[in-house]
Design a protein around this ligand. Structure first.
Ligand SMILES: O=P(O)(O)O[C@@H]1[C@@H](OP(=O)(O)O)[C@H](OP(=O)(O)O)[C@H](O)[C@H](OP(=O)(O)O)[C@H]1OP(=O)(O)O
Ligand SMILES: Nc1ncnc2c1ncn2[C@@H]1O[C@H](COP(=O)(O)OP(=O)(O)OP(=O)(O)O)[C@@H](O)[C@H]1O
Length: 482
């Protein structure tokens, strides 16, 4: 990237989350920091601090998360310095494309620092094809129920955090309708449950599901983008990629078959690994049902499967499960560390509370004693583990489906799709965010208990998104060989 050749007209708005705004140009993206709008007049941190913050993200991703999640899924990128005029013009250019609900934050126009990453929605192709790559982004959230003895409310061991959180989000107006997606179904490794989970992601994508075609977002939550579309238009886009199988009426492949084929391919990618020996998830799925999931357990026809040990979902779940104590058991340890840092402020550096995120940091969390010996070292290791687990509970998966060579394409679409899987958004979560984690946990649980698990009247639309009741219940899969 050559700073003096940066032209804002070449870069376009790509998306944003709570902490960063992303612009893209061909095979690259720039991820820029965001600040609360009230800080827009004055830079909230110096250029050196902004640079350090982004370098910390790179280090955390490449030295810590990569080792836990598997290098093959990770692209850590590099910090770049951009001309301030370019960043200012870019900020003006993208402003009108930003969703209103994200505009409580503004793009950082002061530091000129950004994270440069490969554009995962626009993979570089070895052989050009007529049919552009299709990329599916899933933010799966937490895939297990806590079993820590510190959990004070029984409901937390029965209903998963995502499903309880939906009630809180709808009650507080964050989303108009609840999502019926349940992460425990997606992480189960059981194809029927995974299929069911993905259908609910499609039905109510919220911030958990997006589809990109040729680098453009073509399907996301309606609230997030005006350009998003309904299921019929989505099917129209998907049809050329998934025109195979036996489910045809007068040689026309039904929409149901197209959708099933699409989900099937996605399930395959999520269960695939990088090859080699496969260790199987021995947890099975016995303990991992969420009482709020609408999946009917009796419909499981092919028993417990578990996740393949080299799959992206297995690696994410394992990392999430480094949260062994639950926030309720972790909080007293956070207080122990906080007290220690108040008494000995210089210890902050030795204990690597804000990094550096290097091998020593990884070693601290991996060599944590199993029992609490009352030491600050034990508390720090558990806090580090918890923060890493938080990152894994908030990351996203990008599945890129690339049609195989042009010469193999015919009027029925690409002969085959190859896939690659990546993980994005692997930022370290701040130590200071732990108290607010506890407060949010308490609010979510008390909101759920207050309503007895019932959603407010009218929040479930009569057709609940795009599927009929019969379709929702229908978990019969059409498995087609790839
Ligand atoms: O706490 P959660 O589970 O609501 O997760 C937050 C996410 O909300 P979600 O429930 O996924 O809509 C939230 O996402 P949204 O802003 O809602 O899209 C952020 O990812 C937030 O992380 P950070 O503070 O920006 O680093 C996330 O906060 P962390 O808990 O990861 O710090
Ligand atoms: N390397 C990438 N390639 C393509 N698209 C990307 C890439 N990184 C991020 N994006 C897009 O930009 C969006 C916002 O990025 P990201 O999730 O990293 O932001 P964030 O602010 O950290 O999110 P959060 O709300 O979880 O804190 C993503 O949802 C994704 O669609």
């Amino acid at each position: 990237m050559e700073p003096d050749k940066m032209d804002e007209n070449e870069w376009k708005y790509h998306g944003e989350g709570n902490k960063s705004l992303v612009v893209s140009h061909l095979s690259r993206v720039l991820r820029l920091l965001k600040y609360p709008a009230e800080d827009s007049e004055n830079p909230p941190q110096t250029v050196e601090q902004a640079f350090r913050q982004i370098q910390n993200i790179v280090d955390f991703s490449s030295n810590v998360m990569s080792s836990l999640l598997g290098e093959k899924f990770i692209h850590s990128g590099e910090v770049v310095k951009l001309p301030l005029e370019f960043v200012r013009q870019l900020s003006i250019k993208v402003q009108h494309q930003r969703p209103a609900w994200r505009c409580d934050k503004v793009m950082d126009i002061y530091s000129g620092c950004a994270l440069c990453l490969p554009n995962l929605t626009s993979p570089i192709l070895h052989q050009p094809t007529h049919t552009p790559p299709l990329c599916i982004e899933i933010k799966p959230k937490c895939g297990f129920l806590p079993s820590s003895k510190h959990v004070s409310k029984d409901i937390k061991t029965k209903v998963c955090r995502f499903c309880m959180h939906q009630h809180y989000k709808v009650a507080n107006g964050k989303w108009k309708r609840p999502s019926l997606y349940c992460p425990l179904d997606l992480f189960s490794g059981n194809r029927q449950r995974m299929h069911f989970a993905i259908r609910h992601l499609i039905e109510e994508p919220q911030n958990n599901f997006k589809i990109f075609k040729g680098g453009q977002c073509i399907y996301s939550s309606k609230e997030v983008s005006d350009d998003s579309m309904d299921l019929n238009s989505l099917l129209h886009h998907l049809r050329p990629y998934f025109l195979y199988g036996n489910n045809r009426i007068n040689s026309h492949v039904t929409s149901k078959a197209v959708l099933n084929n699409f989900i099937q391919v996605l399930v395959n990618a999520l269960l695939s690994g990088g090859g080699g020996e496969v260790e199987t998830d021995t947890r099975g799925e016995g303990r991992s049902f969420c009482d709020a999931s609408l999946f009917n357990k009796e419909r499981i026809s092919n028993g417990s499967q578990g996740l393949p040990g080299d799959s992206v979902l297995f690696r994410i779940l394992q990392t999430q499960m480094l949260d062994t104590l639950d926030i309720e058991g972790l909080y007293p340890l956070y207080r122990r560390v906080e007290q220690h840092l108040q008494d000995f402020p210089k210890e902050r550096t030795r204990l690597q509370m804000e990094g550096p995120y290097n091998e020593a940091f990884l070693e601290k969390l991996q060599k944590c004693p199993t029992e609490d010996d009352g030491s600050v070292e034990y508390a720090v290791a558990k806090v580090h583990q918890y923060r890493v687990a938080m990152t894994a509970k908030d990351c996203s998966i990008m599945v890129a489906l690339v049609p195989s060579g042009e010469e193999e394409e015919d009027e029925e679409g690409p002969a085959a799709l190859s896939y690659s899987v990546s993980i994005l958004d692997l930022d370290p979560k701040p130590f200071d965010s732990i108290p607010s984690q506890l407060r949010l946990d308490q609010k979510i649980v008390s909101c759920y208990l207050k309503t007895g698990g019932a959603l407010p009247k009218g929040s479930l639309s009569p057709h609940s998104g795009n599927f009929t009741a019969a379709e929702r219940e229908d978990c019969t899969l059409l498995f087609h060989p790839m």
